[in-house]
Each structure stands twice: as structure tokens, then as C-alpha cells.
Design a protein around this ligand. Structure first.
Ligand code: NAX
Ligand code: K
Length: 480
């Protein structure tokens, strides 16, 4: 478990309706439970809380422990700094209790003069995951004060020893950390307590994934992604256009390369249109496309590209030689189905629907979404890349983890929504995301945009409307 995942899962938990109040209650109750399990009851307990949510867990623990123990709560800092609603709520409860003694400590000199002898257990809830830099006063003095009692009283840290990883940190007997043991924490004993996250969080794609994937990478033009989209054939210009349109909301530059015949139908100032000679892509275009690919961060190949033999050959040759991360979609998938070896050593995402999946791998995904997920994972592992299987639940795997996305609705069976998806996934790749995250976040945003269209129009809409809702979906995600 990485701290980055915790950030994402917290947001996804909120989306599932799990409130910060519930999490804090479970966290504080968990700390109290572990203390009583290890050390018994009837204890004299000092709890040091800071003004963040780590301190909030301390307030909750104080209440739980007060039932069978003698509890003193030391608030280190000014109570007006208790900002989160859940921490404030628990602080107000504590203030109304007569059996919990409360002392507010703002002055470092006073903290240094404190006498904590007589306490059996000291709970350290000063600083947690929100710590920035070295501990500052008066927290620093409180940490040093607690450490004077190491060996004399049992010291239990909430989430992690306050001050970690700087030099000045609480010398804890152990830390009670929440739900998962975080890989990054080391050097202290950790006891993990669950705080009510459901199993879904391992697999569900939510706004957390999308928010993380959308973080801006730079302030200058070109730093936030350049994407190449290769598609179109004969009369088909809609598919690559939709992919490009959707992508243009996320990245700085979209190069749309189409055969000149369909390209004549497109005029859009948001896109850089590069027509190439002829009605279809053919192997003669490979060099030209590879040189455009040099300039971008990622490539989408396949929307509307058609199934002419020369085009299939072009796709295989391009994929075999392109070194950029790629999204391969639609007819592009059919082109490579005959020779999956072109994917060897590449960074790529395949975006098949059920039928295309069957063409690619010779088996049809069937059964529950968990069963389908196992199959997708198996095939992703075999080909060494990411597969996004489109459906009522989109399933995404990189061969190790699998995820599923629930946004979207029946209206999205309309033609072209898959092209929008391919464009979004490509854009997220171009932003520098790892393929599993790009695919997951793309599926989420695409479905959310579709759900927003449905709110206004019902279930009869077109893919262009979905593409145009992308900025609204992105805004929603960023603000969530
Ligand atoms: N879903 C979640 O995020 C959960 C979080 N929980 C608790 O919330 C904690 C994180 O809460 P917060 O994000 O509020 O962060 P913290 O409580 O770790 O600390 C933030 C506060 O400390 C101050 N601060 C930061 N760095 C400092 C420094 N170097 N010296 C002095 N003061 C400093 C900040 O100004 C802020 O007031 C976790 O460690 C955990 O204990 C739990 O309630 C369980 C669920
Ligand atoms: K702590």
C-alpha cells in the first residue's frame, strides 16, 4: 500500500458515501481498543492531540477510553485551529464531558515544565499524515516531553510517531495505523486497525483515480501533454474527430492525422489537423507518422481507421516501431489481432468491447464482473500491457491489479462514445500517467460525462455531446 493510494481511496470512500466522521470514529475507537487489549483497563492515560485530524482521532480515543480509564487530554495548540468539521465536532463533545480532564497547552516553556509521572499510557496524536517538515513549536516541545517518559510509560502513537520521519519524533512503543500497513513507514512497530473501508476500494474506480490522474504537470504550453491521434478512412472522419475533441480538453496539443479525403470534412480550431495523402492509411505512411510521433507524449491509433488490408499492415508496422505509449482502439485492435507480437516491449492500452476482445484473444468475457476481471487480468498479463474491456462495468487490468468502473449509462451504447473514451485515455497517458491509471481515470471521466448528458437529455444523445461534457466532468472531479 502506497500513501498515494491512501489519498485516492479516501476520496473514493467519500464518493461511496463513507463520511470523514465515520472514519474518524473508527480510527479513534480502534486506538482505544488496541490500548485496552494490550494494557488492560483502569489506567491513567494522557492523550496529546494536535489540531489536525490526527488530533481528532485522539479526541475520539479519549472518549472511548474514558469509559473505563482516567483520561487527561492535552490539546497542544490553539483550539481555533481545529479546522475540520469532524475534529471540531469531537472536540466539542469532549469539552462537554466532566470525566475527561482537558488542558490546553500553547506555551512551549510551560510544556517543558509538565510532569507526566503517574501516567501509565501516553497517546501521541500530535501529528499524522498531514505533517509538513520538521515539527514546529509548541508541538516540538510536546514531542520532547513525551520522549522523557519513554520506558516509564507506554507510548502509543496514532497513525505514526509524531515528527516522523524527522529527527525529532516520538519514541513510540508502537503506532496504531489505519486499514493498511503503508509501505513507506518503517522503523517502528505498526498495529493495523480497520476503519470501515469496504473491499470495493481495492477495485473500484472513483473520482480519486481521476483527480490524481488530472493533476497539472506544468504551467507552460506543451508541458501538459501532447497527443497524436491516428484514425479515419474512406468516409469515416467522425471517430478520430470525437477522440481528438475529447482529448483536447485535457492536453495542451492534439495532432489529428487522417487521410486527406475524410480530413476535408473536419474543421476545428482546437485541433491540429494533419491530412496525409490518400483515402486510407497504408505502410507507405509509417515513416511520416513515426516522425510526428516523435513530437508527442502518447498516441491513439485505430478510431475509424477501417479494415483495408494495407491499413491493417500499416497499423501493425506502426505499432511495432512506435516507442511512445499507445492506446489501440477499434479497427486498430482487429489489425493487431493477427499478430500480437507487435506489442512486445511496448507501453500500451487496448480498449476492446466484448466482441473485439473475442477477436483478439479467442475467448468471450462472460459471467460475473469478477469472472470477467479474472480473464482480463490473465490476458493483460499474457500480452504485458493494459486492457480496458468496455461494458456496463468497464474492467481494467495491467495483469496484476484489476479495477472496474461503474460510471456511464445505457445511452452510451450510441456510436462514438468508445472513440471519446480512447481520446480521453490517450490524453491521460500523454499527461504522464501510468497506463492502469490512465485507463481507469479515462473510463471514469467518460462515463461521468455521459451521466451528465443524461441528466439533461435522458438516454437519447450522441457521442459529441458526451465529448463536449468532458470539461464539466473534469471540473466535477477536480472539485470533489
Ligand atoms: N481518511 C483519512 O484521511 C483519515 C485520517 N485520519 C487521521 O487524520 C490524520 C491526517 O490528518 P490531517 O491531514 O489533518 O493532518 P495532521 O493531523 O497530521 O496534521 C495537520 C496539522 O498539523 C499542522 N502541522 C503540519 N506540519 C506541522 C509541523 N511540521 N509542525 C507543527 N505543526 C504541523 C498543520 O498546520 C495542521 O494543523 C491521519 O494521520 C490520521 O490520524 C483518521 O481519522 C482516519 C481517516
Ligand atoms: K501521531
Amino acid at each position: 500500500m502506497r500513501i498515494e493510494d491512501v489519498y485516492i481511496w479516501d476520496i473514493n470512500a467519500k464518493w461511496l458515501g463513507i463520511t470523514p466522521h465515520q472514519l474518524m470514529e473508527n480510527a479513534g475507537a480502534g486506538v482505544a481498543r488496541v490500548i485496552e487489549e494490550r494494557f488492560g483497563k483502569g489506567l491513567k492515560i494522557a492523550i496529546f492531540s494536535g489540531t489536525g485530524n490526527n488530533g481528532g482521532d485522539g479526541f475520539v480515543a479519549a472518549r472511548h477510553l474514558s469509559f473505563d480509564n482516567d483520561v487527561t487530554l492535552f490539546l497542544v495548540g490553539d483550539e481555533v485551529k481545529i479546522r475540520s468539521e469532524e475534529a471540531r465536532h469531537n472536540w466539542e463533545i469532549l469539552k462537554g464531558l466532566d470525566f475527561v480532564k482537558i488542558r490546553v497547552l500553547k506555551d512551549s516553556t510551560y510544556i517543558r515544565s509538565l510532569d507526566l509521572s503517574g501516567f501509565d499510557v501516553i497517546v501521541d496524536a500530535l501529528l499524522g499524515a498531514g505533517t509538513k517538515g520538521e515539527p514546529r513549536e509548541p508541538i516540538r516541545s510536546a514531542i520532547e516531553k513525551i520522549n522523557e517518559y519513554a520506558g516509564r510509560a507506554k507510548i502509543v502513537s496514532v497513525d505514526l510517531p509524531s515528527g516522523y520521519p524527522s529527527k525529532v519524533q516520538v519514541k513510540a512503543d508502537f503506532a496504531v495505523t489505519f486499514q493498511w500497513d503503508k509501505e513507506e513507514y518503517e522503523g517502528f512497530e505498526r498495529v493495523v486497525v480497520k476503519i470501515g473501508y469496504p473491499k470495493e476500494l481495492y477495485h473500484i474506480v472513483g473520482p480519486g483515480d481521476a483527480k490524481f490522474a488530472l493533476r497539472k504537470k506544468g504551467e507552460h504550453k506543451g508541458q501538459n501533454g501532447k497527443l497524436l491521434i491516428i484514425g479515419g478512412s474512406g468516409d469515416y472522419y467522425g471517430a478520430p474527430y470525437l477522440a481528438a475533441k475529447a482529448a483536447s480538453y485535457l492536453v495542451d496539443l492534439v495532432y489529428l492525422v487522417m487521410p486527406e479525403y475524410p480530413a476535408r470534412r473536419v474543421s476545428d480550431p482546437d485541433l491540429i489537423l494533419r491530412p496525409i495523402e490518400g483515402r486510407n492509411f497504408s505502410p507507405g505512411h509509417v515513416e511520416e507518422l513515426l516522425s510526428i510521433a516523435e513530437k508527442v507524449d502518447a498516441v491513439v491509433i485505430g478510431p475509424g481507421i477501417g479494415l483495408a488490408e494495407e491499413t491493417k499492415e500499416f497499423v501493425r508496422e506502426f505499432v511495432r516501431r512506435c516507442e511512445k505509449p499507445m492506446v489501440i482502439d477499434a479497427d486498430g485492435l482487429k489489425a493487431i489481432a493477427g499478430d500480437l507480437s507487435v506489442l512486445k516491449g511496448k507501453t500500451f492500452i487496448l480498449t476492446p468491447h466484448t466482441g473485439e476482445f473475442k477477436v483478439l484473444f479467442g475467448v468471450k468475457p462472460e459471467g460475473s464482473f469478477q469472472e470477467k476481471a479474472e480473464l482480463v487480468r490473465e490476458k493483460a498479463r499474457e500480452i504485458g500491457g493494459v486492457i480496458l474491456l468496455k461494458g456496463a462495468y468497464d474492467i481494467i487490468s495491467d495483469g496484476e491489479a484489476w479495477k472496474y468502473n461503474r460510471t456511464g449509462n445505457r445511452g452510451m451504447t450510441t456510436g462514438g462514445t468508445g472513440d471519446v473514451l480512447a481520446g480521453l485515455v490517450g490524453a491521460l497517458l500523454a499527461l504522464g500517467n501510468e497506463p492502469l491509471r490512465a485507463a481507469s481515470a479515462g473510463a471514469f471521466i467518460n462515463g461521468l460525462a455521459g451521466d451528465m448528458v443524461k441528466e439533461g437529455l435522458g438516454e437519447n444523445f450522441t457521442a459529441l455531446e458526451v465529448a463536449k461534457k468532458v470539461p464539466y466532468a473534469v471540473k466535477w472531479v477536480v472539485e470533489f
